[in-house]
Design a binder for this molecule. Structure first.
Ligand code: ZN
Length: 87
């Protein structure tokens, strides 16, 4: 999953997304209201040993404030501390 800054246009991959870019078929996110600009939050769910198990990306539409989880994926490797620096 990639985020693109609405001000400067810079694009960044979220967490470990860049490792899967070759297999990805990227599409743009859109809110049911038609809005295509969002505030972004990345959430992490942890395993019992403190390693990241799931990454979830939530978006808030800047037009109507609608909230949604637009992507999540499982992390099946470790260590994972670096992911927390890559949101
Ligand atoms: Zn909206």
């Amino acid at each position: 999953m990639q985020r693109v800054c609405v001000v400067c246009g810079d694009a960044f991959y979220i967490a470990d997304s860049a490792e899967y870019e070759d297999d990805a078929d990227l599409g743009e996110c859109a809110c049911p209201c038609g809005g295509e600009e969002f505030g972004v939050a990345v959430g992490f769910a942890f395993r019992g040993d403190g390693e990241v198990r799931w990454v979830s990306v939530g978006l808030r539409c800047l037009k109507d404030g609608g909230l949604g989880v637009y992507a999540d994926w499982k992390i099946d490797y470790g260590p994972t501390a670096h992911l927390l620096e890559m949101a």
